[in-house]
Design a protein around this ligand. Sequence first.
Ligand code: CAA
Length: 296
Amino acid sequence: MEIHDIFVVGAGFMGSGIAQTAIQKGYHVTLNDQRSDALERAKAGIRARLDRLVAKERMTAEEVEACMGRLTISTSLEGAAHAGLAIEAIYEDLEAKKAVFRQLDQICDPSTILASNTSSISLTSLGASTGRPEQVVGMHFFSPVPVMRLLEVVYGLRTSKATLDTAMEVGASLGKRMILAKDKPGFIVNRMLLPMLNEAVQILDEDIGSVEDTDEGMKLGCNHPMGPLELADMVGLDILLEVMETFYADLGDTKYRPAHLLRKMVAAGYTGQKSGMGFYRYENGKKVGVNPVLQK
Ligand code: CAA
């Protein structure tokens, strides 16, 4: 099935990254969010990132205008009616995601494929909240979406082969390499990555190492491009906590129990880069030092 129009629900870091990648590859994209300020921020962020590509002589100003011309922002879900593919990229909450899927199912053309960017929630459950479970699929992108090469395609119990094929084709057209995963919390990548980030928080909580040394350990010792605490800040500590809660509840092993310090950080409002404070302190999105409450 050929897709030309993509509808993206959720204008956060992931949703705007998906929208940017898709307009750069020639798709017409409607980016939706309930909050118009979030949409305006996302649009300005996309333009700023594309303008940086012009400065690096990777795009022309005309190409940026053409890309921006393919982007529509909207607070209404009604625009999803004729999209070939709708990708939900809201926060990790089963009931909130089900509500979006139920509405999309009512609004969208019967042929529309409904995808979720979820990193931990069951695609089978999301599919069951619609009248088209065969057309529900996971398209799990990685952050920052325009840069990371991977797309994890996830199949629920009732996802059809035709839907999987279309998700793979769209992924390839977005310049991604695909891996295929069964519907089980965390799929392939986050099942490994997020417990590692949680363990880094645990190490900090047990005073085994400082924030910087925990990160340096993995950067210099294992060649990771970012330290786990820095990466946790980028992912969002609230999201990391939600995902670990899902793992712990669904997989049942105490090795998935969220670190106590992670709960405290989220309770304190330290959700990472997006709030300006996580394990590190950020100014204009740039890391400027360790969160003072964690400094020894
Ligand atoms: N959007 C678009 N492009 C971005 C970007 C963003 N938010 N952030 C950085 N970039 C681009 C830069 O423009 C630069 O591009 P060029 O090389 O083409 O000029 C490139 O990325 C490298 O950026 P920098 O030189 O500024 O910094 P860096 O070399 O340290 O790379 C990084 C930054 C790409 C983020 C790198 O540190 C990295 O790969 N980190 C690991 C990221 C990771 O693990 N992501 C997975 C997170 S888990 C997840 O997403 C799944 C989930 O469900 C939680």
